[in-house]
Design a protein around this ligand. Structure first.
Ligand SMILES: C[S@@+](CC[C@H](N)C(=O)[O-])C[C@H]1O[C@@H](n2cnc3c(N)ncnc32)[C@H](O)[C@@H]1O
Length: 243
């Protein structure tokens, strides 16, 4: 029998998370043949169906009301990892309606209370409508969650360029084509021993080819493992050679 969920939070927050994961899965099942959205596959399908219009614009429109939340077990693992690492500064690349962000906020709140360290979850979303809804869910959770988050609205390749603390963990839950540029933007702020988590690296391997090649090239200083969650979840530990 599996362990019960490790998440410690008020009942209203746990209920909200359960509800949001359910809606997210229902939405994904309705738009994807596999039941999960991989940006490169969906873009490819749109290209096949409407080769004359820009598939990227169509994709953004299709995703505007979609959660595409990180799977619940991956969220729970990330929460555990943050507590194990004593992590307090997190960057979340791709926030959407803020489901995974709630776990990140709960986890750093716990680590901050245990260690006395300061810290923040830097969340990122380019769609202002999605950002507004994320803020609404965080408000429903209350200050325990809301106060841990700095949501940067706009293109993350711009919003993450400045004002990053030393980052303990980067969650790449973003369209695959953006993942390597995002990593390179955050890289100067990653502390030695920082962890980069990337979603769907088995099923989305084609879209992530450049990111995975970069992470796995020994000279770039990452120690990688594909965790056997559904569709894969890459855990990369940053160990630059000089450290
Ligand atoms: C997979 S979803 C994130 C899901 C979220 N982590 C969760 O678990 O609830 C990816 C999000 O990244 C956003 N996004 C895409 N391109 C972006 C960019 N250049 N800058 C900021 N956000 C972007 C999309 O609008 C989408 O909402």
């Amino acid at each position: 029998m599996s362990s019960p969920s490790p998440i410690q939070a008020a009942p209203n927050i746990l209920e909200l998370l359960t509800k949001l994961h359910r809606i997210s899965l229902e939405q994904e099942a309705s738009i994807s043949k596999t039941g999960k959205v991989f940006s490169s596959d969906v873009l490819g399908d749109l290209e096949d169906r409407q080769p004359t219009s820009d598939p990227k614009d169509k994709f953004d429109l299709l995703m505007l009301d979609k959660f595409i939340a990180l799977d619940e077990d991956k969220c729970q693992f990330t929460y555990q990892l943050i507590n194990a690492m004593g992590a307090t500064n997190i960057v979340e690349a791709g926030t959407s309606f803020g489901v995974s962000t709630i776990y990140l906020a709960l986890a750093i709140a716990k680590t901050k209370a245990a260690t006395g360290k300061s810290g923040i979850v830097i969340a990122t979303e380019k769609e202002k409508e999605k950002a507004a809804i994320a803020r609404k869910y965080w408000a429903q959770c209350g200050p325990a969650v809301e106060e841990q988050i700095d949501l940067r609205e706009g293109d993350l390749l711009e919003t993450l360029k400045v004002g990053l603390p030393q980052v303990d963990l980067l969650l790449l839950d973003i369209w695959s084509a953006l993942s390597l540029p995002t990593l390179k933007t955050v890289l100067p702020s990653l502390r030695p021993g920082a962890v980069v988590l990337t979603d769907n690296t088995i099923s989305g391997a084609k879209g992530y080819a450049d990111l995975l090649a970069y992470l796995r090239a020994p000279e770039n200083g990452f120690q990688n493992m594909t965790l056997p969650f559904t569709n894969g979840f890459e855990m990369s530990v940053y160990r630059p050679q000089s450290v």
